[in-house]
Design a binder for this molecule. Structure first.
Ligand SMILES: [Zn+2]
Length: 306
């Protein structure tokens, strides 16, 4: 019997999604559970293995029919050796040889990578990035990260930590950042920063409400989103000059306000980046939404030639 199935996992600080995909990367079924429910590393690993087994049993799929397990993880990952260095938002993980552990427990070969890298890979192969050659894929949320595709291949950097665009400095004298630096992009366009700023002048509970206000034409809400767009544009002008990408894909929670953000971003890139790099760099919204992480994880196993 052929190996017709892949397990794609998107392990996040809040939720963990386990997808069952066919070898053409169509999602057949999925399980979602709260990552925080499992207080220790070992309990979380057990939950992963149990859910994988249950998902396969539910569909009557033998382990021998599974090509492999791909896992996207929220931190720096040595994807070559299958080691998770640490997760900034999940305590208790230090230098965990996760690929080997999952392989031993499930009997299925396992590959791991950084979650944002895998989202970039998914958008590049199956989403907004089809046809691009040099691409940056940003995710805007509590954190701001990016996956980089250069010459059609995922670029991971010399120690697997490329793409930390959220920690590109945009202001020498800016606020202290969690990474230890000052004035990082994330301190200006991360969800929490936007919300804190908005709540100084507007009665809102979350960023969806800020988007609703902007849609209604509220000047203050619009100006806050435009400010996000401008800071994003400053950082991306540097990226455009450095990498000369043909496409910048933007996804994540905040991208729902894209129509208010990206106009300002394009304007700043046009004003600040160099020619001809700024002319070719298109900005597009991510297409795969919440499924990108699962699809990207599965792409570690299969190149999707269906
Ligand atoms: Zn930082």
């Amino acid at each position: 019997m052929g190996k017709n199935f892949i397990i794609g996992i998107d392990l996040g600080g809040t939720n963990t999604k386990i997808g069952l995909l066919d070898k053409c990367l169509n999602i057949k079924d999925r399980v979602v559970f709260s990552t925080k429910e499992f207080k220790t590393k070992n309990l979380l690993i057990e939950a992963l293995c149990l859910n994988i087994t249950c998902l396969l049993d539910k569909h009557g799929i033998k382990k021998s029919s599974v090509l492999g397990i791909g896992i996207g993880l929220p931190g720096p990952i040595d994807s070559a050796r299958g080691i998770a260095h640490y997760f900034p938002n999940i305590p208790g993980w230090r230098e965990v040889p996760l690929s080997g552990i999952i392989r031993r427990k499930t009997g299925i070969s396992t590959l791991i990578d950084n979650d944002v890298n895998l989202i970039a890979l998914a958008e590049f192969k199956k989403g907004a990035g089809i046809g691009a050659v040099n691409m940056l894929c940003l995710t805007l949320g509590t954190g701001v990260g990016a996956g980089i595709i250069l010459g059609g291949r995922l670029y991971r950097g010399s120690s697997f930590s490329a793409g930390e665009v959220g920690h590109v400095p945009v202001n020498e004298f800016g606020p202290k950042c969690g990474c230890g630096s000052n004035g990082c992009l994330e301190s200006y366009i991360g969800n929490q920063h936007i919300l804190n700023l908005a709540q100084k002048s507007l009665k809102i509970k979350n960023l969806e409400e800020l988007t609703v206000l902007a849609r209604k034409g509220n000047k203050e809400a619009l100006s806050i989103w435009h400010r996000v767009g401008r800071f994003l544009g400053i950082a991306l002008s540097g990226v455009v000059n450095l990498l000369n990408p043909d496409l910048i894909v933007i996804g994540g929670g905040v991208s729902g306000a894209g129509s208010f953000i990206f106009g300002a971003t394009r304007k700043v890139i046009k004003a600040r980046a160099m020619s001809p790099a700024k002319t070719i760099a298109k900005i597009a919204r991510a297409k795969l939404g919440d499924d990108a992480g699962i699809i990207g994880a599965a792409l570690l196993l299969s190149e999707n030639k269906c």
